[in-house]
Ligand binder design. Sequence first.
Ligand code: G6P
Length: 534
Amino acid sequence: MFAGTYNASTVVEKIDFRKLQNGSDIRGVAVAGGEEAVNLTVDVAKAIGAAFAQWLADKKKESTSSALRVSIGHDSRISASSLEQAIAQGIGDTGLDVVLYGLASTPAMFNSTVTEREDLLCPADGAIMITASHLPYNRNGFKFFTNTGGLGKADISDILSRAAQIHSGSSSQGNVTSKDMKRVNYMDHYASDLVKIVQAAGGKERPLEGFHILVDAGNGAGGFFAEKVLKPLGADTTGSQFLEPDGMFPNHIPNPEDKKAMEAVTSAVLKHKADLGIIFDTDVDRSAAVDSSGRELNRNRLIALISAIVLAEHPGTTIVTDSITSDGLTEFIEKKLGGKHHRFKRGYKNVIDEGIRLNSVGEESHLAIETSGHGALKENRWLDDGAYLMVKLLIKLAAGKAAGEGEGSEVLTRLIESLEEAGFATEFRLKINESHQDVGSKTFREYGEEVLRRLEESLSSDSNLTKAPKNYEGVRVSGHGGWFLLRLSLHDPVLPLNIEAPTKDAAQKLGSFVMEVVSGFKALDVSSLQKFLT
Ligand SMILES: O=P(O)(O)OC[C@H]1O[C@H](O)[C@H](O)[C@@H](O)[C@@H]1O
């Protein structure tokens, strides 16, 4: 069932390489057998490997005369090894050196481009992570890095158009196999760097002695954090779960945004009476936590917590977040912490790039973070690293205990005591049926924008509602003690609607206003919103 052993009838006949682009990532279907046809075959992966090698050689041609080196890691997906072999071969055939890392995390792959350790064959000139983050088991994909960070949308389009040409033009079989390639244990080095950061901050070798902290890795790539980070720091990790990689994700989806995943780590914390629970997504670029009382520290709460830590280190700094963050978070960052909240767009790359841009125009920002659990700090080269975010919490825990500020997770919980939270918060995802006659010749994006325009125009008809003064995507409106945001999804033909209000009744009032407008658009599936209102 792997991409390497697919049955021809389940493979898309003519691969449209453009469809493999998902923002700044490549994503596709790699495992046959489900309803979706395979479009990320081993041949496609090989062409993408060759295309990345070409792209990298063009980029680096002036800066080096020696053979370029590319590191490749993967998460726990069942298609990982066939895709690793294929992409490595595509790169190897073009004459570049390939170093295989095996099971790794996305942030570790970036780190391999900035690590100076010849014994580990570092720095790599380019790095690839084979992952589809939290998506179902049959998907997979690639993220690419150089020492300046993750590749952006334009680079990915470039690589995919080169790959399409390579794929159509060649049937040549290279003779480089993964047996010829070197393997290194980079993850041990990466984990020991995290350990050193916590040790240095606490001035102790085992600053977490006396803490009981468990990890739920959801059978993704994050299991190393319990064994290789928490234990050496002295923490008791009893009750950690789903640390073994299993690409069928038999327990829950590794995703801190997923309700079931958060319930799983919460019940482990309560059952084992742990001080803290930590959860990662499949490739460890996102994370969240749970305190000893079982309170989830994700979404707005996680942003508030990390903001409190960062603002204590950098008073007044600007915190960049995604667009669906709460009004309570703004109040907390600005009034309680004395920082500035810059609520920007959805999408981790958008948020991080905005943090970098602000600094470049003279506005100091040290943190860019999304409700999804992607968070990047300036001090960590603006890399969204779920493990590093958790390291910031560990440092605070240890420091709090050493200063006698409290035991267990108390010091963290206290940091966000005054964060005001809405009594009711919900999200609807209104699908646009692209083949509906109401869409006509428009793209789903044009159709969605028309919905947003109409919504904005109708605001003046309701004196209870006010448009948010500063807003970078969609239509954000305050009223009835709460707010709503209707926007276009980053990738899908969907209009996500977020509503937060003091009560369900108030949220329904906001929802009814949106309903009046969206029900006029026949290609929109408004059934979920309708159900909420009845
Ligand atoms: O716009 P949406 O459909 O809600 O998706 C938005 C999300 O897409 C991806 O998952 C990105 O990794 C996230 O950074 C982003 O927030």
